[in-house]
Design a protein around this ligand. Structure first.
Ligand code: SF4
Ligand code: SF4
Length: 344
């Protein structure tokens, strides 16, 4: 694999160079304690050493609110909003975030591809960066290393304050063409980056735990603390549920159709016409959220649909921790197995 050294002082110049390809989107400081992926206006404002952004990169592919079309009731016609295919570079992306995009690809492009997502995805390039896990990251527990490079075109690995730049695709090679501040170097292994939070079992064993967890007492206990705010879904990079609303103008002659993010933790999410609600209880919604991450899609695809970013835990107003829930389910499962052995 081709590898170059890049000095910390030359990172801004690299970002400016990438601007020749298209819009560059990178982490910026937001307020005192938050980070956000924003379009780069001034490369010196890009933050490389960040823990996580509040909203995941999915906002650039599935906007929180998106007009799908205008319609006319008078003429019985509609005009869909055209989404342009634009070149974009996503800079300083963590490995779990990239993995979430690959999972979104699966969710949005399998079967009939979602065309707006596809257009936004088509000319997107990704440049990864290594990070130091904080107390909420646990992506290693779901099989994603800090230096996992799948999906990236280029990857920046921090070594003693400077960077090694790995070239991973032909698209990545074209991005750095003409940038003269890189020097060929040997790849180096960096040690000492450790995850503080862990799920106790290898993720391969989790579907079995979830197979027997449906009637667990853990759901009611977690639900007693949950305030059903939906933050965990909205900040989750692999959640993609949305609602579609038609807004008719006051003349009742025309209107617009909009799509907006939805959350399965909200009490009205599973409500249908006639007032029936399939997941009225908080514990049922809590269980559903975890099963979506570790059982339903995982059974089909063989991968957890949680990428261990830690957002749902870091931003939960009730302090509910996803790894703690999974570890409690594991503990309960171990107790049940022990009882079975004693009885046999
Ligand atoms: S963020 Fe926390 S309190 Fe809000 S719905 Fe999710 S688990 Fe419940
Ligand atoms: S479930 Fe939580 S930790 Fe897992 S990907 Fe979603 S927000 Fe991140």
């Amino acid at each position: 694999m081709e590898c170059f050294s890049l000095l910390q002082n030359d990172v801004s110049a690299l970002i400016d160079h990438l601007g020749a390809f298209g819009e560059v989107i990178a982490p910026h400081k937001k307020g005192d304690v938050s980070y956000s992926f924003e379009t780069v206006r001034d490369s010196s404002e890009v933050i490389l050493d960040y823990n996580r952004t509040l909203l995941p990169l999915k906002k650039s592919f599935l906007p929180p609110i998106e007009k799908l079309m205008d319609f006319s009731i008078k003429d019985l016609s509609c005009s869909p909003v055209k989404v342009p295919v634009e070149p974009r570079v996503f800079f300083a992306v963590h490995s779990y975030e990239m993995q979430s995009i690959l999972r979104l690809d699966h969710s949005m492009l399998s079967g009939n591809a979602e065309s707006n997502y596809l257009k936004r995805r088509r000319k997107s390039r990704f440049i990864g960066i290594s990070f130091n896990p904080d107390e909420f990251h646990f992506s290693e527990s779901v099989g994603i290393a800090i230096e996992e490079m799948e999906g990236f075109d280029l990857f920046l690995n921090e070594v003693e304050g400077d960077y090694q730049l790995y070239v991973l695709t032909e698209n990545g090679r074209s991005l750095i063409q003409g940038f003269d501040k890189l020097k060929t170097t040997e790849a180096e292994i960096v040690e000492g980056r450790h995850f503080q939070k862990k799920i106790r079992y290898h993720y391969n064993r989790l579907p079995r735990v979830f197979q027997f967890a449906y009637h667990s007492e853990v759901w009611a206990e977690v639900a007693s603390r949950c305030v059903s705010c939906g933050t965990c879904n909205l900040t989750c990079p692999t959640c993609f549920c949305f609602d579609v609303n038609d807004e008719v103008s006051i003349t009742a002659e025309d209107g617009k159709r909009e799509r907006s993010w939805d959350s399965c933790m909200l009490s009205t999410f599973a409500e249908v016409a006639g007032g029936e609600n399939f997941r009225e209880k908080t514990m049922n919604r809590t269980r559903h959220r975890l099963y979506r991450k570790f059982k339903y899609i995982t059974d089909e695809e063989g991968l957890p649909w949680c990428v261990g970013c830690g957002r749902c835990t870091a931003f939960c107003p009730a302090g509910i921790s996803l790894p703690d829930i999974v570890n409690e389910l594991i503990q309960e499962d171990e107790k049940a197995q022990h009882h079975q052995r004693v009885l046999v």
